[in-house]
Design a protein around this ligand. Structure first.
Ligand SMILES: Nc1ncnc2c1ncn2[C@@H]1O[C@H](COP(=O)(O)OP(=O)(O)OP(=O)(O)O)[C@@H](O)[C@H]1O
Ligand SMILES: [Mg+2]
Length: 162
């Protein structure tokens, strides 16, 4: 039998999907937000694992947790959390600034979160917040009002998390 070395364990994905009603949204744009948050989480976890020992990686698996639920009978709430390195307060304060990135030149444009914020707040009347601290991982929370009624919207939040 072949045993897996720790760097072959990869990232564990935990899905906790609540029952969501159909919600009016710009589905393509929301997918762009989710993809950016997931790409950020993967980047953070991969970088973190380069610093962690095989034992640490084995006993504390790199994990991304996606949770969806209805909150306050009013919002569809989506949380994307990771067990990565977390962020300093300095990074957290600038997270949504256009062109803010800590990634090497050529890796990140620093636009992902500013575009995500624009999509959630301006296009959907929602909120995007982040809880993170060094060594504590990171969690982004998105809240989208279930009744926003802007024109041209498609019914699609549940299908993003089918
Ligand atoms: N899950 C996370 N864990 C730790 N740091 C994060 C996480 N998500 C974002 N960050 C920090 O926020 C910065 C800004 O993220 P953002 O998505 O806006 O840009 P980027 O990922 O650097 O570049 P782009 O998304 O344009 O490729 C990142 O460079 C990183 O420092
Ligand atoms: Mg990004």
């Amino acid at each position: 039998m072949r045993s897996l070395s720790s760097n072959q364990l990869g990232i564990q994905l935990v899905k906790e999907y609540g029952h969501l009603p159909l919600v009016e949204c710009y589905a393509g744009q929301l997918n762009q937000v989710f993809m950016n948050l997931l790409a950020n989480a993967i980047d953070a976890l991969e970088e973190y694992d380069k610093e962690r020992s095989p034992q640490e990686i084995y006993f504390c698996r790199s994990t991304i947790r996606i949770r969806t639920e209805v909150t306050d009978n009013e919002f569809v709430t989506i949380r994307i959390g990771d067990t990565g390195p977390g962020m300093t307060e300095e990074v957290r304060d600038r997270l949504f600034d256009p062109f803010f990135t800590t990634k090497p030149v050529g890796r990140g444009t620093g636009l992902g979160l500013s575009i995500s914020q624009e999509i959630i707040v301006s296009k959907h009347g929602g909120q995007i917040t982040c809880i993170s601290a060094p060594g504590q991982g990171t969690e982004f929370m998105i809240k989208i009002p279930m009744r926003s009624h802007p024109l041209e919207l498609t019914l699609a939040v549940p299908s993003c998390f089918g």
